[in-house]
Design a protein around this ligand. Structure first.
Ligand SMILES: Cc1ncc(COP(=O)(O)O)c(C=O)c1O
Length: 384
């Protein structure tokens, strides 16, 4: 079996992640931050270690500004609903995932003004169009760091500079890049960084978070869920301190234990080396697929300008049938369809059918990629 669906979730997870989770269940199963006994303290320490690991990964000095959520979708919703008010102007791109688009469209109905900047066919953003869209009244810009359909990496540092010139904040969806491309949040000027734990960070599902940059005034960011935090229990109002203000209810501590182990694991390899390896695999995959007659590959052709997420189509064949055949006949597991990003498919002209998405990861070998190319050669052949 060749697993090529890392863009949906990474699999397998490193044994260090699985061990951290089973150790947590066996030895530290208390409720973090709630009680004073040893199991609660041990759980709280593990959660804090994970917070430190995430802060360190993104070069953030204060781990308390790492807010854990259930996934990147929840983190994006916290940022959007916590920050925006009717009348606020928001700018986003045309290649966003529905985790950004759906809350923004709902908020539009409640009175925010939304500008969607059209990207080019390969998903690249025209910075002049972006500059024209961001005006002095803009409150927030929201962008994905890389497209989950074409892999196109957006120039976040430049986008942040344009936002800041206009007095706006920037929220980045790093679902496809955290752990895969180095992210230095302060250097890139990212005010709010939403991440998910189960893809490039190799943690379990049910983990993610929002990293609030030092420059963000948290009095402007309202919690979207309020309740028990284990702190300031004498008050019926939500505490203001971080991370408690945004973390009500018992945390997914076993998941966070796994997330912490995943982050430490990728750091032991080095995100730079992970990136270099993925560029290599991607080069192999892109050049192999492009040489097959009848296959159209989407996104930038330069592997340096994209992540290892490759969307393609086979002429005259339905994407679902190709996906099914890949699984049944060749043991290749990929994803087909719209990948929760209809606007991205409208941008590249593949709506409504979508594409076949091949997304290798850390455990994929060059030999696997050669097998995949051979399978596509067979699938695309006239009587294949
Ligand atoms: C760019 C992008 N944003 C958001 C998401 C949503 O991720 P999650 O389901 O972990 O919240 C995904 C993953 O599917 C993604 O690729």
């Amino acid at each position: 079996m060749i697993y090529l669906d890392y863009a949906a979730t990474s699999w397998p997870k490193p044994k260090e992640v699985m061990r951290a989770m089973s150790d947590f269940m066996e030895y530290s199963g208390g409720n973090p931050g709630r009680s004073g006994h040893r199991l609660s303290i041990s759980a709280a320490r593990i959660v804090f270690n994970a917070r430190e690991a995430v802060a360190n990964l993104f070069h953030v000095t204060d781990p308390l500004r790492v807010i854990f959520t259930a996934n990147v979708t929840h983190a994006l919703n916290l940022a959007l609903y916590g920050l925006l008010k009717p009348g606020d102007h928001v700018v986003t791109s045309s290649i966003e995932h529905n985790s950004v688009m759906r809350p923004l469209r709902a908020l539009e109905k409640q009175g925010i003004k939304l500008t969607v900047v059209q990207c080019k066919m390969e998903g690249c953003l025209d910075l002049d169009l972006w500059r024209a869209a961001v005006t002095p009244g803009t409150r927030l810009v929201v962008v994905t760091h890389a497209s989950n359909v074409m892999g196109t990496v957006l120039p976040v540092k430049e986008i942040a500079a344009i936002a800041h010139q206009a007095g706006a904040l920037i929220l980045v969806d790093s679902a496809q890049t955290a752990g895969v491309i180095p992210i230095d949040q302060p250097d890139m000027g990212i005010d709010l960084l939403a991440f998910t734990g189960h893809k490039g960070l190799y943690g379990p599902t049910g983990t993610g978070g929002l990293v609030i940059g030092e420059g963000v005034d948290t009095s402007q960011l309202q919690p979207v869920v309020r309740g028990g935090t284990g702190s300031r229990s004498e008050f019926e109002e939500q505490p203001d301190m971080l991370p408690d203000k945004y973390e009500s209810g018992t945390a997914n501590s076993v998941g966070i234990a796994g997330l912490g182990a995943g982050v430490r694991w990728i750091q032991s390899i080095g995100v730079e080396s992970i990136r270099a390896r993925e560029v290599e695999l991607n080069e192999l995959l892109l050049s192999g697929l492009k040489n097959i007659p009848g296959i159209t590959v989407y996104g930038p052709s330069d592997p340096e300008k994209r992540t290892a997420v490759v969307s393609c189509r086979v002429a005259g064949q339905n994407v679902s049938e190709v996906g099914l055949r890949m699984d049944d006949e060749f043991g290749i597991l990929c994803r087909v369809g719209l990948h929760c990003a209809p606007s991205a498919h409208k941008t590249i002209g593949t709506f409504p059918e979508g594409t076949i998405r091949l997304a290798p990861g850390i455990f994929t070998s060059p030999e696997d990629i050669r097998t995949v190319i051979a399978a596509f050669e067979k699938a695309a052949a006239p009587h294949g």
